[in-house]
Design a protein around this ligand. Structure first.
Ligand code: DLZ
Length: 171
């Protein structure tokens, strides 16, 4: 469903249990940092809101979104984490660079998820222009960083609790 039809940053906080036991990785790209650092704030604040242990949140910064999969791999080599959240922003330009980066990140994170057994959360904002990115990083369409954090929490919980809860699908 298009983001314009549903604000994915809205979720049922009651579905979240104790997350202090989980260890999180966050990899954030600096390209388009006016957007990505807001995604990071939304993500980090959401983890803390639900009482994540600060000492169990490991953050790596990488130059651009293309480096998100390798940044995550490096982070996982160094820290034992339950899940990694990857945050970036790719804005369409005059060339097809965005297609190459977006596809590389999607494929890289998919492979990494499966090979490592650690969920990789796709927190990549892919837009046609800057305004759409602003709208999705704390604007009218919420904050994709919040959504990524919530997704990460659910995936961390899934390891031990796969109980079906009505009304949570689709946030
Ligand atoms: C080179 C590039 C371009 C043109 N655009 C973006 C972008 O919109 N968003 C982003 O995160 N990164 C961009 N990059 C940088 C690449 O992700 C990567 O850092 C470089 O190609 C070096 O590998």
């Amino acid at each position: 469903m298009a983001t314009s039809l549903v604000n994915l940053s809205t979720y049922d906080e009651n579905t979240i249990k104790d997350i202090s036991k989980y260890s999180f990785g966050i990899v954030v790209a600096d390209w388009n940092k006016e957007i990505t650092h807001k995604l990071f704030e939304g993500c980090y604040d959401t983890l803390l809101l639900h009482h994540a242990d600060k000492d169990k949140i490991h953050v790596y910064q990488v130059p651009g979104s293309f480096e998100l999969p390798s940044g995550s791999k490096l982070l996982m080599n160094k820290f034992k984490v339950d899940v990694v959240i990857c945050l970036g922003c790719v804005i369409k330009g005059d060339t097809s660079h965005d297609d190459y980066i977006n596809n590389a990140v999607a494929q890289g994170l998919t492979q990494l998820s499966i090979l490592s057994g650690k969920p990789q959360i796709f927190g990549l904002v892919t837009t046609n222009n800057l305004q759409q990115a602003i709208d999705r990083s704390g604007g009218v369409h919420g904050n994709k960083g919040v959504e990524a954090a919530y997704t990460a929490i659910r995936m961390a919980q899934l390891k031990e609790d796969a109980t079906f809860t009505k009304n949570t699908i689709g946030f």
